[in-house]
Every structure is written in C-alpha cells, then in structure tokens.
Design a protein around this ligand. Sequence first.
Ligand SMILES: Cc1cc2nc3c(=O)[nH]c(=O)nc-3n(C[C@H](O)[C@H](O)[C@H](O)COP(=O)(O)O)c2cc1C
Length: 192
Amino acid sequence: MSQSTESPRRVLFLLSSGRAQGNAEQLARHAAKSLPANTQADWVRLDSLQGEPFLDLRHTPAGYSAPGPIASALAEHTLAADELVFVAPVYWYSLPASAKLYLDHWSWWMRRPELRFRERMAGKVLSLITAHSSEDEEGVEQPSILTLKLSADYLDMRWRGALVGHGNHPGDVMKDAPALAAAERFLVQPVR
Ligand SMILES: Cc1cc2nc3c(=O)[nH]c(=O)nc-3n(C[C@H](O)[C@H](O)[C@H](O)COP(=O)(O)O)c2cc1C
C-alpha cells in the first residue's frame, strides 16, 4: 500500500483576545473543525510577546539584534505556517494590542537577514476571525480587516478574508447562527 508523503498544511491561529475561550476563539475553534485531516493546526497566544517590547531601531547604527527567545520561537512558528489566522476581537474599532505588537515585531523580523522573512512570508495565506458586540454601529470590524489586508498585500501574502461573529459575554457567538454557518466554510473555501 502506498503512503502519501505530502506534508500537512500548517495553519497557525494567533489568539489575541485579553481573555481565553472568548467569542473570537470559540468561533475560530468551530471553523477549525472543518479543516481537512491533512492539516496541522497550531494555536498560540500573542500575549506571550508582552515581555519583548518593540523598539524602532531601523535608523540606529547597530540596527536590530537577534530577537529574544520568545519572539524567535514565534517568528519560527510564523514562518513554518502555510496560513496565519488572526483570532482577534474588535477592541476600540481595531486590533487588540497583542495582535498589533506581533505585527510590529514583523518589522523587526524583516530586518534580520537570516530569517529571510519577506521572502518566506510571500504566498502564505492571511485571514481574520473576529467578534464584536456592537448592536447599532455598522462596520466596527472594518479597520481590523483593512489593517490585515493591507499588511498581506505589503508582504505579497494572499488574503482569505474575514469571518465576523457577534457577541459580548464569552459564548454569545455560539448563538450567532449565520456566523457559525460561515465558519464551517471559512477555512476550506479556496483563496483567490
Ligand atoms: C478593550 C475592549 C474594547 C472593545 N471595543 C469594542 C468596540 O470598539 N466595538 C465593539 O463592538 N465591541 C468592543 N468590545 C467588545 C468585544 O469586541 C466583544 O465583547 C467581543 O465578543 C470580545 O471577544 P472575545 O470574547 O473573543 O474576547 C471591546 C471589548 C474590550 C475588552
């Protein structure tokens, strides 16, 4: 019997809510259930980066040193993935601080030649799974979507799109039937 030697597709879920098992995470875990068997799904909490602040050293004589151990491990995790999924609720019409800090660290990693960050990010897929509690305001998720879509374009990544759920208390999103139905298709539909 022949065995498939195809390596699994690696999907990295980047958790950035200030609480565990919140609405964005529950929606993401629901979406992840539809991933095909040949998928390696990994989950990381971006608040692990909190101890490694970002400094803009681009125009200093020494430039960037090698990232610290936590950031290095996260950079390797990022570069090993085929797809990156930001799991990021709406905080003040935008991304939570830990997601933004992670993106800022990309500017550091891009400047460490041994990482070949730009070259290795190109072609990966980027997407957003988000949740918000707004009842009457339209488009509160749009700034996060635009931030990530433009970042994907900047790094020649492919943009899958965004999955948006509604809820305030943890678990509310599991009552958002349209979001749950969309979640079941989200990670398996082809990316343009
Ligand atoms: C710091 C903070 C800022 C928030 N800002 C917004 C906002 O601008 N618009 C909104 O609709 N909900 C806002 N919310 C509500 C959350 O988006 C909502 O409770 C969401 O379900 C949280 O997702 P989580 O359970 O995955 O953490 C905010 C919540 C927090 C804690």
